[in-house]
Design a protein around this ligand. Structure first.
Ligand SMILES: Cc1cc2nc3c(=O)[nH]c(=O)nc-3n(C[C@H](O)[C@H](O)[C@H](O)COP(=O)(O)OP(=O)(O)OC[C@H]3O[C@@H](n4cnc5c(N)ncnc54)[C@H](O)[C@@H]3O)c2cc1C
Ligand SMILES: NC(=O)c1ccc[n+]([C@@H]2O[C@H](COP(=O)([O-])OP(=O)(O)OC[C@H]3O[C@@H](n4cnc5c(N)ncnc54)[C@H](OP(=O)(O)O)[C@@H]3O)[C@@H](O)[C@H]2O)c1
Length: 447
């Protein structure tokens, strides 16, 4: 039987899925609502899929944030350790050009609905220029990203000032002279607090628990490269050394007026930021406790402190969302997410998820390996385990890290263990640096 494969998304995960399917001579097409390759990394001042802002740089360093098939050295040897969103967009687009992916991507096309019919049939409804049509595929690859649908917090009372989510924060300039409160302790919150503090009248940051702030460099090296040295150690021991190193280098949160950390390293997704602690000690960012309630433009905190703000920026994370599936078919928004290797569904064999995991590290190197494994299965070189349902459940009950039970922690993996478990399934010669696809262009099907 000839397969026809649909990929949702032409972000970092979707393009590597497409590349690796085409590499094996498979008939695949990707759909993206955007007009270009890059997904989250296409910065725009207007509302879009992207959640990056004017000054975003990655938090995973370049040698741990590259495709094996196309490294940063091959792209541009001058790439800095922590490239900006613009450099990354260029990198992803260069990958798509190098592997001749553009003819296989239908841009400006929204995937509206995916109906599973049987193990060889999906009916997929697409919308382009306001016109809907349904096409049939044998397999579906989901790479729609998981940092685009804002998750808003809910507090008693009403805030009468401006209230936005990090997804809508594009640059600091509009907050010049304002009294700003940022909610959250993740990477968005700390980046946003640092950026607004450069121009605001005051910036405060509210945490509902204590977080370790990991600097971008240790001993002149990117911190993930330093941490990589101990990847062979069990996670608990690695965590202990990481904690110790942070304590020696930075001291306790108490020294910065921040909530103390009560959980072991890895219990929350790491926050990597070089400037937050500096800004706090320079009086530019004020640490605050959790919010108890709103009252007009006043915010009342857990310790009874009440302060007036002009703007609240909720950096409270994103929903895991697949709006093209009926909710009763697949709904991972509240977890758990029982998928083998974060990609294989326990029951539906013609469905793959690529890049839908949250590593303590970078997403797209893992997405690249998942894509290679998917392609190996589709050409018959690899078989999924017979006890896949059991393995899916095991991934849920035995996560790499025991994390605090909050919505953002349902799909966490340890970067090094995850990469290792994918590589174990792949042929040794899985790296492929030359474009393999021979088809010049994909014509729109008439169906
Ligand atoms: C501010 C910020 C900084 C980040 N920094 C890092 C980092 O340093 N390292 C890291 O690894 N990760 C980081 N991330 C996480 C980010 O999710 C990944 O970097 C990466 O973008 C994931 O790639 P993806 O292809 O899976 O998803 P995305 O980049 O989100 O791409 C998904 C694509 O699917 C398309 N799409 C979605 N739904 C549909 C539909 N229904 N129909 C058609 N097209 C659709 C979108 O248009 C988009 O092009 C960051 C996230 C944010 C918000
Ligand atoms: N520079 C960069 O590369 C960069 C910048 C931004 C984001 N990112 C990435 O983008 C992804 C999303 O990051 P994110 O920071 O936007 O989201 P996130 O990691 O989900 O963090 C959300 C934060 O908000 C808190 N929170 C959630 N709901 C809350 C509520 N109701 N009240 C108070 N606090 C609440 C969470 O607390 P809990 O700890 O209790 O869950 C957490 O501190 C991550 O992968 C991140 O690494 C990277």
């Amino acid at each position: 039987m000839k397969y026809r494969i649909a990929v949702i998304g032409a972000g970092p995960s979707g393009i590597t899925a497409l590349k690796n399917l085409l590499d094996q001579g498979l008939d695949a097409v990707a759909f993206d609502r955007n007009q270009e390759v890059g997904g989250n990394w296409i910065y725009s001042e207007n509302e879009s899929h992207s959640s990056v802002f004017e000054t975003t740089h990655i938090i995973s360093s370049k040698t741990l944030s590259q495709y094996e098939d196309f490294t940063f050295d091959e792209f541009d040897p001058d790439t800095p350790d922590y490239p900006s969103h613009e450099v990354l967009r260029n990198y992803f687009q260069a990958y798509a050009r190098k592997f001749n992916l553009y003819p296989f991507i239908r841009f400006g096309t929204m995937v509206k609905h995916c109906k599973w019919v049987n193990e060889f049939t999906w009916e997929i409804t697409l919308e382009k220029d306001g016109i809907e049509k349904t096409e049939t595929f044998t397999h579906l690859v989901v790479a729609n990203g998981h940092h685009w649908k804002p998750r808003y917090p809910d507090y008693p009372g009403e805030f009468t000032g401006e209230f936005i989510h990090a997804h809508h924060f594009k640059k600091a300039a509009p907050f010049a002279g304002k009294r700003v409160l940022v909610i959250g302790g993740g990477n968005s919150a700390c980046d946003v607090a640092v950026e607004t503090s450069r121009v605001s009248a005051t910036t405060a940051i509210s945490w509902r628990r204590g977080y370790r702030i990991v600097p971008k460099f240790f001993f002149g090296k990117p911190s993930d490269k330093v941490a990589e040295q101990s990847k062979w150690l069990p996670i608990k021991i690695r965590g202990f050394f990481n904690q110790l190193l942070l304590k020696v280098m930075l001291g306790d949160n108490k020294a910065y007026g921040l909530r103390p950390v009560t959980e072991p390293f890895g219990a929350t997704h790491p926050t990597i930021n070089d400037e937050l602690l500096h800004k706090i000690r320079h009086g530019k960012v004020k640490p605050r406790l959790d919010i108890r309630r709103f009252d007009g433009n006043k915010v009342i905190f857990e310790d009874g402190k009440a302060e007036e703000y002009d703007t609240v920026i909720a950096c409270t994370g994103y929903w895991l969302s697949h709006p093209f599936f009926d909710k009763e078919f697949i709904d991972y928004s509240s977890g758990p997410v029982p998928l083998y290797l974060r990609m294989f569904h326990p029951k539906i064999s013609n469905l793959y998820f690529i890049g839908m995991f949250q590593p303590l590290g970078c997403i797209w190197p893992g997405a690249e390996l998942q894509s290679k494994l998917m392609a190996q299965e589709l050409i018959g070189n690899w078989n999924r385990p017979k006890n896949i349902e059991e393995l899916c459940e095991r991934e849920v009950s035995h996560p790499h890290y025991k994390q605090v039970n909050t919505p953002r922690h349902t799909i966490t993996v340890d970067y090094h263990l995850f990469v290792k478990s994918l590589k174990k399934e792949l042929p040794k010669n899985h790296i492929s640096k030359s474009p393999q696809n021979k088809v010049a262009s994909v014509t729109e099907p008439t169906a």
